[in-house]
Design a protein around this ligand. Structure first.
Ligand code: PLP
Length: 412
């Protein structure tokens, strides 16, 4: 029996209208305080369309953050919603103890879009969490860290290109002094997301990859944020660097909001991957897999790769123009629909404009614009919108940012 959506059957508690105040009260009473929201007065979103979200009062917001770089197909995309409904009407879950059609179709589709040589996927977990969390207690003991190519604040006090890519070569020091010279793998994002949209020169990855191979390691590209066309022109961020990874990890835009994560690897690595805990309860569940197949098709049909490249050039140019007129803008960086604007209190000392970043976010929110933040000091504005964004929305967003920068500068 196929069930079609019947509003009458939806729990009344979910379907009734709520005010923001009511929901905040419920959260205060029943939600663990560790779950924090953006903004002094958090927003209650109730629906969205394209790259625009609507709050409980009907106010609209252009979304340049895509719910932490995730809703790649925007909100309410007809193909996405229809596929989820269609799959939910049939089969939501059985576990990967059994075959299901969406899991098999999805791993086939992934192999078609993955970098060359990567063919075998596991959609249960991603390998990336091992390294990126900033809490020391979350670092597995076998993990070592090496500097990233953060040219604006070079850890070696040098300047590119005369630096000779010391940050990349330093990996050899890390391996020689902190390991037994036999590494399992190296993992990095092609452009750091939470780290503040930091994009090293392409040579960084080429040098690091050579060193990793010299010491017998495999190269893992963490594409959780950079994947699925976000960087423009290519499916994966690493493809802009000339490095051919052995594994890529993916999540976020992969399901465009429906939870799913996984990795795809060379077949010989997949054959070696026999650990017994490769299983995860929700791994490869049909609902998430069906949504992800729809996401891949939307990216192809709506030509998001080309769109992200084109819109990215437009947005970056506009942000560079704002840099000319606003001394608070220290650097604009990134590519495609993954741009960062590092805010500083002083162009020379580069003192991070931490409070001002918060103020800019508040002003943007007031004026109907959502942006993200990141970086070690939380002073980098992250622009990682849904790829359903339009050029007109970019122009509107830049007018709002222009005003927000001016207001923040008055407080310097
Ligand atoms: C690049 C990258 N890798 C991995 C993760 C970890 O994802 P999760 O939140 O599923 O642990 C994130 C989360 O933001 C991320 O940005």
């Amino acid at each position: 029996m196929v069930i079609t959506v019947n509003d009458e059957l939806v729990p009344k508690d979910l379907a009734r209208k709520y005010s923001q105040k009511e929901i905040l009260e419920l959260e205060k009473k029943f939600l663990a305080p560790a779950v924090g929201h953006y903004y002094e007065n958090p927003v209650l979103f109730v629906e969205g369309e394209g790259a625009v979200l609507k709050d409980s009062t009907g106010k609209e917001y252009i979304d340049l953050f895509a719910g932490i770089c995730t809703t790649i197909t925007g909100y309410n995309h007809p193909k996405y919603v229809s596929t989820i409904q269609w799959q939910a009407e049939r089969l939501v879950y059985t576990s990967s103890l059994y075959s299901t059609i969406p899991y098999a179709v999805l791993v086939k589709r992934l192999a078609e879009i993955a970098p060359s040589g990567l063919t075998h996927s596991t959609l249960a977990r991603e390998l990336s969490s091992a390294g990126w969390r900033t809490f020391p207690e979350a670092h597995p003991s076998g993990v070592r860290f090496t500097p990233f190519g953060y040219c604006y604040r070079c850890p070696f006090g040098k300047e590119h290109p005369s630096c000779d890519m010391e940050c990349a070569h330093y990996l050899r020091e890390v391996i020689r002094t902190q390991t037994n010279n036999a590494i399992a793998a190296f993992i990095a994002e092609p452009i750091q997301g939470v780290g503040g949209i930091v994009q090293p020169p392409a040579e960084y990855f080429q040098i690091v990859n050579e060193i990793v191979k010299e010491y017998g390691g495999i190269y893992i590209s963490d594409e959780v944020q950079t994947g699925f066309g976000r960087t423009g022109g290519k499916w994966w961020g690493i493809q802009h660097t000339g490095v051919e990874p052995d594994i890529i990890t993916m999540a976020k835009g992969f399901g465009s909001g429906i939870p799913i994560g996984g990795f795809i690897s060379r077949p010989e690595i997949a054959t070696d991957y026999t650990v017994t805990d490769a299983f995860a309860t929700f791994g490869g569940n049909p609902l998430s897999c069906a949504a992800a197949v729809a996401v891949i098709e939307i990216i192809q049909e709506a030509k998001y790769l080309e769109k992200a490249a084109k819109l990215g050039v437009h947005l970056k140019k506009k942000m560079e123009e704002l840099k000319e007129t606003h001394k608070i803008v220290g650097e604009v960086r990134g590519q495609g629909m993954m741009l960062g604007v590092e805010l500083v209190r002083d162009q020379v000392t580069k003192e991070p404009a931490v409070q001002e970043t918060l103020m800019i976010m508040e002003v943007c929110r007031e004026n109907g614009l959502l942006i993200g933040k990141g970086g070690l000091d939380n002073n980098v504005i992250r622009l990682q919108p849904p790829l359903e964004l339009t050029e007109e929305q970019i122009d509107q967003a830049c007018t709002i940012l222009d005003d927000a920068f001016s207001k923040a500068e008055k407080s310097l």
